[in-house]
Design a protein around this ligand. Structure first.
Ligand code: ZN
Ligand code: ZN
Length: 352
């Protein structure tokens, strides 16, 4: 699997680069299997080297048997690159510090450097069966955690209490950990799309949004549900119904060949028509994988076109200051003829 990925990458290198330097934890893992997070891969037609420090040498040899593992106490990365004598080296521009880049250009004065970030993102956007299975499991753990917290949601319980229960339940099920800081936002705080759990206590008459997921063997899940503490007002119900209708419209619009812009419009047009256009500030969705935010993107500015094997979140929301917010998010796989929805938690408005 790793050899295929490396060969695909080498065949797509821009401007005939003759080598690649991989430095981000996600791409170290994607191209070698090494999960230590700190190290570098040097890849070319001739080279498959994994450099890391003594803390990880044994682990690297075990996880990445296809690579020659080099202890950086013996050979430094810059020395290794000098010895390879690359004419044009592809690098992860967004991952390299300015500090290291200065050293790199000083050590390799005749070498040209090219950013390969975009190529890597596009490569990772289409998942293989193993990646899809890990994502299915990560999504299932999130669904199970949601079912676990539903009976615990009531006035006087804090947002943090619920966030901890969600995390605990996912970890107990085998998750590596949460895929991002869990968002639990109730009442006025639910109008903040990214309100990380606070000590605020839930209260009757409030909307309560939970946005969470986990990593399972490295792969992320992501889901959001909004519930009502007590009875919904007419306005709260209208907001909820609009978001739900928009989410369902987007789910039926999405499939292979659909552009990220059209997918976004399927939800956004409906929200705008209901008069809430300015209250939906973020994009409709994003890919997931080894990172919580990957390609493709679903937004008014997206240049993505959906293809089988891609994973996207579908998460319209409406946020009204003073009243609160609603977001509903499912994670779906693009299939040959439509989608497979990985998020199975109920979506009708729950008044708890
Ligand atoms: Zn989310
Ligand atoms: Zn998301």
């Amino acid at each position: 699997m790793y050899t295929t990925r490396i060969n695909t990458l080498l065949s797509r290198l821009p401007n005939e680069a003759d080598g690649v330097l991989i430095t981000s934890p996600e791409n170290l893992r994607y191209f070698s299997g090494f999960t230590g997070g700190e190290g570098a891969l040097v890849l070319s037609g001739q080279e498959k080297k994994l450099l890391t420090d003594s803390r990880y040498v044994l682990q690297a040899a075990e996880e990445a048997p296809d690579f020659s593992v080099i202890d950086t106490a013996e050979t430094k990365l810059l020395d290794c690159l000098c010895a390879c004598d690359f004419k044009t080296l592809a690098i992860e521009e967004e991952n390299l510090s300015a500090h290291f880049y200065k050293k790199l250009t000083a050590a390799l004065p005749r070498c040209t450097f090219l950013g390969v970030d975009e190529t890597l993102l596009l490569l990772r956007a289409v998942k293989n069966d193993a990646e899809l299975d890990l994502t299915r499991k990560a999504a299932r753990l999130a669904d199970e955690a949601f079912a676990h917290v539903l009976p615990l949601i009531r006035p006087e319980v804090s947002e943090l209490d619920i966030a901890m229960e969600l995390e605990w339940h996912m970890r107990k099920g085998g998750a590596d950990g949460p895929s991002f800081p869990i968002i639990c936002a109730s009442g006025y705080r639910s109008a903040m799309p990214h309100g990380v759990a606070s000590e605020k206590k839930l209260a009757s008459g409030e909307l309560f949004t939970m946005d969470f997921g986990c990593f399972y063997h490295g792969y992320a899940s992501d889901m959001t549900r909004t519930v009502m503490i007590g009875k919904a007002s007419e306005k709260q119900r209208k907001i909820y119904d609009t978001v739900l209708a928009a989410q369902l419209a987007a789910l039926s619009a999405i499939g292979p060949g659909v552009s990220g812009q059209d997918a976004d419009a399927a939800a956004r047009d409906l929200i705008s028509a209901a008069g809430f256009g300015p209250c939906f500030g973020h994009s409709l969705g994003h890919g997931t994988g080894l990172l919580i935010h990957e390609r493709p993107t679903l937004s008014p500015r997206s240049d993505s076109v959906l293809a089988p094997g891609m994973i996207v979140s579908v998460e319209p929301g409406i946020y009204v200051e003073g009243i609160g917010g609603v977001r509903i998010e499912d994670l779906v796989i693009i299939t040959e003829d439509g989608i497979e929805n990985l998020t199975t938690s109920p979506k009708e408005l729950l008044e708890l």
